[in-house]
Ligand binder design. Structure first.
Ligand code: PHE
Length: 369
């Protein structure tokens, strides 16, 4: 029996020294200290043995048991320490020092390798950042140009009275110029003042002048609406920017100088501009402004449909009848006004071929800006 115990002892100690993992150690414990182990069997069997043998074998068996238990505890500690060191070594190089320069382990007092996280101060997953819509970017860019030239930015209502959209702008109810703007009307009861979605930003000329004494220098960005079928160059909703300057001694030369400077700042210092006569009931004279085509440089291409020129806005000197309506004396004050289509500016700048792309919410398009 004693030999048996010696054999168990040497096998157990031998095996123990070659164990590499906690799992192997647990198997070892079951094998040598478990209920079915030889040692446990021997201890159990002692009861039916003669007293002499019980004494001698019992003492040795118990001694062996506590030796194995002690060895087991020590080995367990050693294996844990070894695992910890290995994990730490694996984490070296992967460990990211936090912005404070303190590795997270020190910062939180937890060996984070035990949490299965190399570093809890790792940057989080990036949250996709939004961006400004190309139209918003263009509104800001154009307004910035005019602000630098001394203009103020104001906004006005999109649901407008017929009075401001047409009447006060020299366009009475039966005037054929109303056909220039396909109008979306708001339902009103008979006898009520007619209401509409503004077809241009020009009504703000009147609203601004009504509440200001000259000098006036404003730009008005905003949405306008047209009752029209959509195609590559038409939308039922789009943006305009209106401009208005009223003061003593304002002439057509001021209009030309201001808009020339604007075109150069937006489309490049080498731009040429062309002014031609045009008709708008609220200006006299009325002009249309074009810039030389930035693609072909004026020789003619697809963008400028072979003409070398691209029309970018309508403008003119504020009509005396419009000034009188807001109680400005046209003998003292003169002014110029202009209106431009914003998406057209973006389309020219970025080579966008279909205006509908701006408002169809396709991220593949929008992310390019
Ligand atoms: N409101 C005009 C349009 O929408 C543009 C314009 C504005 C023309 C100001 C002259 C002066 O067509």
């Amino acid at each position: 029996m004693i030999e048996k115990l010696d054999e168990i002892k040497s096998n157990a100690i031998d095996e123990l020294s070659s164990l590499q993992s906690i799992k192997e150690l647990e198997d070892w414990r079951v094998r040598y200290l478990g209920k079915k182990s030889a040692l446990t069997q021997i201890l159990r069997g002692l009861a039916s043995r003669p007293l002499e043998e019980r004494k001698a074998v019992g003492a040795s068996a118990n001694e062996l048991k506590s030796l194995l238990e002690r060895s087991h505890r020590q080995k367990k500690e050693a294996l844990k320490e070894k695992a910890y060191q290995e994990m730490e070594a694996a984490a070296v190089g992967k460990q990211i020092i936090s912005p404070t320069g303190i590795p997270s382990e020190e910062k939180f007092g937890i060996p984070t390798v035990f949490l299965g996280i190399p570093d809890v101060t790792l940057p989080g997953r990036p949250i996709p950042l939004g961006r400004l819509h190309p139209t918003t970017q263009m509104v800001r860019e154009i307004c910035d140009i005019f602000v630098a030239l001394g203009f103020q930015v104001v906004e006005g209502p999109e649901v407008e009275w017929d009075y401001y959209n047409f009447e006060a702008l020299n366009i009475p109810p039966d005037h054929p110029a109303r056909d220039m703007w396909a109008t979306l009307w708001i339902d009103t009861k008979s006898g009520e003042r007619p209401m509409l979605l503004r077809t241009h930003t020009s009504p703000m000329q009147i609203r601004v002048m009504e509440r200001t004494t000259p000098p006036v220098r404003v730009v008005v960005p905003g949405k306008v609406y047209r009752y029209e079928a959509t195609d590559a160059t038409h939308e039922s909703m789009f943006y305009q920017i209106e401009g208005l300057a009223v003061d003593k001694n304002i002439t057509l030369a001021d209009l030309k100088g201001t808009l020339y400077e604007f075109a150069r700042r937006l489309f490049g210092a080498e731009r040429k501009v062309r002014f031609r006569c045009d008709y708008f009931p609220f200006v006299e004279p009325g002009v249309e402004m074009a810039i030389d085509c930035m693609v072909c440089g004026g020789t003619g291409c697809r963008l400028c449909s072979g003409t070398g020129w691209i029309e970018i806005l309508g403008a003119g000197m504020v009509h005396p009848a419009v000034l009188r309506r807001v109680n400005y004396d046209p003998e003292i004050y003169t002014g110029f006004a202009f209106g431009l289509g914003l998406e057209r500016m973006s389309m020219l700048r970025y080579g966008v071929e279909d205006i509908r792309l701006f408002y169809s919410n396709d991220l593949r398009f929008l992310r390019q800006f």
